[in-house]
Design a protein around this ligand. Structure first.
Ligand code: GCO
Length: 447
């Protein structure tokens, strides 16, 4: 059967500033929370630092040439706040503006549509020491930054994203394994509330600019949890918790339905973690958007007995390696949920999807990434199914163009269509790059 996608389907690749740019201390850039966090011993796998990463700050033309060669139609990247306004609120850095102007001009010259994220996890450190997202002034700080972006690039970016995966801010404040490395769930809940206000105010600002061709949305990742044993109350309770209280429900409910869900409201009350919510906040958060960006990696099945077993091994100091089980097909159900539960009828882009490979000495093995091809093909099949069901999906962005700095995983986790040699900074296409290029050329694949 032929999995045929529409002729104007937006085939893309995605990256993020902190993961690829490097040049962390060049041309006036200020430190971000990831520059600081990664210097804390033990936080990043292998002690890796994001300071050079893929050096895309200097090699963006080469990266765009790779995209051009593959026939990529759209590039999803992010702006680095600390490159644009090094201390978060003060002077605008002309070198930062120049870099993104050049990047966008080069994309346009090559016929690649820019899809740009304002915030992909890399807060200027100067703002973190003033409380970061926990300080309600973040709304003014962020709006100033968003205004600078819109002043300089407003017309040139077709698709604007306010925030990428806001859950990272929760992880960084409640669990500590992302920057800034705090472990305070109550504070984390306030951060998320303030972050969503930043989003809402930025959308209002964007609307006031009346940019003729630009659209705006947000990217929320959905890792949907399912009870492993249907009808098992324990499994079901875990899945509900993971979805509504510690997962996508934290965002999708306020963003698309308005207000926090009953489950989350009850939970925050019980734990004395209800954030400060001022009158009108929930209306600001629930803005009408032009599109929704879905980051999808997997569907997860929770089995209470197995979770307990793992906990026991961990408590006893044991080691276990979870073999990832892939449920690529879950994307179809997730897309249905977006429409049916959250009423999302605006166009949807899959703004990230991809597969991790562990680093190792055998480069040939990494280049021959059959597993990635199989995984992406399965996702695309399920996505195609959802589109046949009538769900409006306009594009798909593979994560990622090239192996890059995978946050706490450092350089040990490779998601690229291209292999990055971190010694020479050479990029080498993997098998999947050729395969994806063919999918794009044919607007689908035969199977
Ligand atoms: C995300 C992150 C990416 C990760 C990718 C793989 O938005 O999830 O933006 O930066 O690298 O998800 O884990």
């Amino acid at each position: 059967m032929k999995y045929q996608f529409p002729k104007d389907f937006m085939w893309g690749v995605a990256t993020a500033a902190a993961q690829i740019e490097g040049a962390a201390f060049e041309d006036g850039r200020g430190p971000s929370i990831w520059d600081v966090f990664s210097r804390i011993p033990g936080k990043i796998h292998g002690g890796d630092l994001p300071e050079v990463a893929c050096d895309s700050y200097h090699r963006y033309e080469e990266d765009i040439a790779l995209m051009k060669k593959m026939g990529i139609r759209s590039y999803r990247f992010s702006f680095s706040w600390s490159r644009i306004i090094p201390d978060g609120t003060g002077e605008i850095n002309p070198e930062g503006i120049r870099y993104y102007k050049n990047l966008i001009a080069c994309l346009k010259k090559n016929g690649i549509v820019p899809n740009a994220t304002m915030y992909h996890w890399d807060l200027p450190y100067a703002l973190q020491i003033q409380g970061g997202f926990g300080n309600r002034n973040i709304v003014q700080w962020f709006c100033r930054y968003a205004g600078v972006l819109l002043d300089n690039f407003g017309e040139d970016v077709d698709l604007w994203v306010t925030f990428n995966e806001p859950i990272a801010v929760y992880v960084g404040h409640a669990y500590g394994f992302f920057a800034p490395g705090l472990k305070d769930e109550k504070y984390a809940r306030q951060c998320l509330h303030n972050l969503m206000l930043c989003h809402g105010e930025a959308v209002k600002l964007f609307r006031s600019r009346k940019l003729a061709n630009a659209k705006i949305g947000i990217v929320v990742d959905v890792w949907k949890h399912y009870p492993a044993r249907e009808g098992n109350e324990e499994d079901e309770a875990i899945a509900t918790f993971q979805n509504e209280i510690a997962g996508y429900g934290m965002f999708l409910h306020p963003l698309f339905l308005g207000g926090y869900s009953d489950e989350l409201t009850r939970y925050m009350k019980e734990k004395d973690m209800t954030p400060e919510i001022r009158e009108g906040d929930m209306d600001v958060i629930c803005q009408k958007l032009d599109f929704y960006g879905l980051n999808f990696y997997n569907g997860l099945y929770d089995n209470a007995d197995e979770i307990r077993k793992r906990e026991e091994i961990r408590k006893a100091g044991g080691n276990y390696q979870d073999r990832p089980v892939y449920h690529e097909e879950a994307i179809r159900d997730v897309l249905h949920m977006l429409v049916e539960k959250y009423g999302i009828t605006i166009p949807i882009y899959v703004t990230e999807n991809g597969l991790m490979q562990e680093d190792g000495p055998d480069v040939e093995k990494i280049l021959n990434d059959e597993e990635r091809i199989r995984y992406v093909r399965n996702v695309l099949k399920a996505l195609h199914g959802a589109m046949e069901d009538g769900i409006c999906v306009k594009g798909y962005y593979l994560w990622s163009l090239l192996d890059n700095f995978e946050w706490s995983g450092g350089y040990s986790m490779r998601y690229g269509l291209h292999y990055t040699n971190y010694k020479t900074l050479e990029r080498v296409p993997k098998k999947s790059a050729g395969w994806y290029a063919q999918v794009i050329a044919d607007d689908g694949f035969e199977e």
